[in-house]
Design a protein around this ligand. Sequence first.
Ligand code: B3K
Ligand code: ZN
Length: 886
Amino acid sequence: PKEIFRSDYTALPFKVSNVSMNFDIRDGETFIESELTIVQNTGEGDLVLDGEADALTLLSISLDGKDLVEGVDYSIDGDTLTIVSSLLPTTADGTSVLKTKVKVHPEKNTQLSGLYKSGSMYCTQCEAMGFRRITYYPDRPDNMAIFDSVRIEADKEAYPVLLGNGNKLEGGDVEGDRHYAVWEDPYPKPSYLFCIVAGKLGSVSSSYTTVPSGRKVHLEVYSEPENVSKLGHALESLKKSMKWDEDTFGLEYDLDVYNVVAVNDFNMGAMENKGLNVFNTAYCLADPKSATDLDYERIESVIGHEYFHNWTGNRVTCRDWFQLTLKEGLTVYRDQEFSGDMMQSHAVKRIEDVSSLRGRQFAEDAGPMSHPVRPDSYISMDNFYTATVYSKGAEVVRMYRTLLGKDGFRKGMDLYFERHDGNAVTCDDFLSAMGDANGVDISQFSRWYQTNGTPTVKYSSKYDEESKTYYLTLTQESNSDEPLLIPISVGLLDKASGEEVVATKVLELKEKEQTFEFDGLNGDVLPSMLRGFSAPVKLVQAEADASEEEDLAFLAARDTDGFNRWEAGQKLYTSLIFQTLEGNQDESKTLDYVEEAFGRALNMDGNDYSIQAYALTLPSESTLAEEMTVVDPVALHKARGDVRESLAQKYLSEIRAKYDELTETMESSGSGEDIKLDATSIGQRRLRNVLLGYLCCIKDTAEERDAASELAMKQFESSYGMTDRYSALNCLASMDGEESVVARRDAALQKFYDDANGDALVLNKWFMCQAVADLPDVLDRVKALVKHPDFTLTNPNRCSSLISAFTMNAAHFHAEDGEGYNFLGDMTAQVDKLNPQLSSRMGRGLIQWRKYSEERGALMKEALQELADMKPISSDLFEVVSSSLK
Ligand code: B3K
Ligand code: ZN
């Protein structure tokens, strides 16, 4: 496998300006003709086309009407085809026309990259490098071409719907019960945004009129016919996204059609192909009976994400794949803001996003695959669609917004589009637009693009009584030799009154160490640091001081910043869990502070139910693990569980009263099949399910177990909506012991399975809840489920909902005998033969071995070594396992 370096970028000698294609879809094989108009770019070098040897069979090739001879006019070496440069245009305005015909086998394409078959439909996935599995082409994002005509022909009865990028030009019947459609995309695009779909599809449609242009856009969302009733939410989300981008960034849609197709076999969430998005069904289909509130939220945000790509990604794209965060970080930032607006709570959204950043990205950044948001090298680009490029990349964009303010950020965006519309550009271009639009030099900020790892910011402070001045000293540590520019949002609260005396202010930390002064104060203050998580760093107090926890308790109660109130509570919980883990909880006051914070959260007034739910939720095991040098997942799970149970015991009657109160409120405000999706209703369900979780974790005695299982069963049976049913099922799935308890668990699982009635997304949930169950024999159960007739390794959703879900079940995956590792290793090896993008994702479950004890680490390495020795091994998986064995 070959490593590609960012520093090796060179512009194309020749590029394709225009494309015409013909897809002739037949059973078992598809014939693809391409007609490429070749023009000079730099003119220096050969025309090298990408084409994957394993995927393509070349049937004919000609240039300007003359058949080319292999070895004379062109040569094929591995996955590239090179045309002798003397045959190509010798002047800047000369053109040549290259025609090729290839054959591919979509039915055998289990990689799900290029043209493949999912169920009864054909579809394509080209990002990052799938187009080279469709035809010979300069398959890189800086070749933007106009696809003048893409003709698709297939059997009319089996594939009545034929879709392509852009607008449909014409269609009609062809002899032999076949038909065709021709699509044209007027906007220049890189090959990774190419897409066709052919299938027997149902759909829902609507229209949207853009503002201010008044363009009437036809919107249509497709799926297999049996799922059409679940497409409404995606369609509504699309309209909201279109309006939001107009209102927020002045960005309008630019074609007359916007099509979305939901596909069951798909390697990731969705894909922003121009005018023809393809979605994983899990991120598109929803009705209250089969989708949770989280599913609904995710669909809205991913629909938004792909739509927002039309400007940040499609109109302005990446020059090379190292710049991926240019479109992904920016678009994630945009979808986060969109979701925050739709939820009408940016604090809730921020809590969710920061939790996921800490639980996933921080770990990645501390492990063997750590890389800057703009990586320096890769073997397989598909391995770099990471939490770092996406989530940390979004944090990097958010920092521009924090530093430049709302209007300054908007000016930067406007200039970015003004300068680069229709081009393939770099992260440096984005930075320049942001700086230039605001007349500021932000070149120091570029260090974020080249620095891996999570920086640490330490703070210390003192108040000077005499001058009434507060001094806040910040220091930074990171993998960058030169200091980063870090925005630190701070507010100050008066210690005596608890009032906020200095409202949120953005401090620009530019040096290794810097002291900020706040004068004119009336007494000592407490800082509320890093409000809204203004930078992706770890914040620590320089000298651990005796009052640290008292201060946290104060902030948990008084901070005016919603995110930081939550954060203070999380820090207290963390502290108690770590003390429990180390067995030295007794002398500290931590427990008092935690109980105070928990009790307050439980009795919070108002209807901010989601905030209340999150304030009552302990930090996840993966977030906690992030703060430990060596993790013992079994002990950590137990310590967290003990803290959880003791809180539940202590507040049992209040939790139960609140649970019942909510049940009553929810029943009176609508029940049965009427599932409301407003923030209040979602918040009520979220809170009640958190409370159910506490009530169900009390299970020391037979009586307690029976009571918990009865309560969960009652919720399971009485709920119509998936959110409440699935929460209850998850509680039940982890219950064990007496016959009555086991009987309820098994009955609920059976009922859930039967009710699913074959619905793929519901079955995924059924597999997942068993994979994450906290039962001593969970691995045996998972192994048995691998043999279940509904299980398959070929569908990424199904595979992940069992195998990857089990690896999240840390206490069991990391069982001391290493059986969890062997199981994951075996599964990964099998999947690698089918789908390398999926196997390399699975393999990541093993690479963090340095985080664990020597014994565990050795067992993980053994499983990794076995994968590394496998022949053949995909380059995707090879890159992941070898990075961690170095
Ligand atoms: N751009 C796609 C991701 C493609 C992943 C290729 N392995 C989805 C998105 O981020 O919108
Ligand atoms: Zn994206």
